[in-house]
Design a protein around this ligand. Structure first.
Ligand code: ZN
Ligand code: ZN
Length: 297
């Protein structure tokens, strides 16, 4: 699973380089600041994809003595780096747009330039959809972040294409820097959402409601002679989910039997949520009654 994500991230860098080459050529052919902004976004994509690659290598390392919960949170760093890069790129786009707004210029070779830009957009769209599917399948925030970023970039590129096309056909050269500013605002918004998602992971946000419901179902279906469960807590570190809860058993139940129930629950949960780690605290009925307010599960 992990090696596969690594290959996807590697291909992302290569696709990013091709897309960047097409956009850069389109900029050189036209001189459009809208296309220049879009090409800058491609640089962000390439560096972000490279950062995701490094994060995937680190997060694939198994747990060790100094990182007993594993290294999967490393994936959040690539999202944070991407957020910072987006900020720098947006500032440069607005700067370029500002100076062009003061001196509007017609495009040099618009037909060929815009054709190359359209080709870049088609390539990005196809790649982003593949990446999104893979990221969701393997619950990799680095790949999902990359895919969403790319999809929003496709929309931005399409907008640039339309804006530059109108500027060329109608001679509205002021439209080009306006498009560049819109590109900047768009990636700022993407960057904000990206950073917010990673902060959730770093803050040990609970798993999505659907997954928590699924966990409750699996526990309830595998209780056996155990009486109930409570204090269910969940969190995710990149692709790895962590689950813990209290399991209430009759006080007279032998440890052998209680342990067998926890083993069964752990197995069922790791089947329901591949890669998840479950810790179960067993307690007798009498103890559970002492903490009625603690019951969450
Ligand atoms: Zn308890
Ligand atoms: Zn055990």
């Amino acid at each position: 699973m992990r090696e596969k994500n690594f290959r996807w991230a590697l291909w992302s860098v290569l696709v990013g380089l091709v897309v960047f080459g097409l956009k850069w050529a389109a900029w050189l052919l036209t001189g459009s600041v809208g296309i220049y902004s879009d090409a800058l976004e491609s640089i962000v994509n390439i560096v972000a994809a490279a950062a995701a690659l490094v994060a995937l290598v680190v997060s694939a390392r198994p747990a060790d003595e100094s990182h007993p919960f594993g290294h999967t949170k490393a994936e959040y760093f690539s999202a944070v780096i991407e957020g910072a890069l987006i900020l720098f790129a947006a500032v440069e786009m607005i700067r370029a747009a500002w100076s062009r707004f003061a001196n509007p210029e017609p495009f040099e070779q618009p037909a060929l330039g815009l054709a190359l830009l359209a080709l870049a957009a088609a390539l990005m769209a196809a790649w982003a959809l593949l990446l999104l599917a893979q990221g969701r399948r393997t619950r990799s925030p680095a790949l999902v972040a990359d895919a969403w970023h790319l999809l929003s970039d496709v929309i931005a590129t399409t907008g640039v294409l339309i804006g530059a096309g109108l500027a060329w056909l109608l001679g509205w050269w002021w439209l080009d820097p306006v498009v560049a500013v819109l590109v900047a605002l768009n990636i700022l918004w993407v960057g904000f959402k990206l950073v917010r998602g990673s902060v959730g992971g770093l803050m040990d946000e609970a798993l999505p409601a659907g997954e928590v419901a699924r966990i409750k179902e699996v526990i309830a279906a595998n209780l056996g002679r155990a009486l109930e469960f409570h204090d269910l807590r969940t969190r995710a570190a990149g692709p790895r989910a962590f689950v813990e809860f209290h399991l209430v058993v009759p006080g007279s139940m032998p440890v052998d039997e209680a342990h067998a129930i926890t083993e069964r629950l752990e197995r069922a949960l790791s089947e329901a949520l591949p890669g998840s780690v479950t810790v179960i605290h067993v307690e007798p009925e009498s103890e559970a009654k002492k903490h009625p307010k603690m019951r969450l599960g």
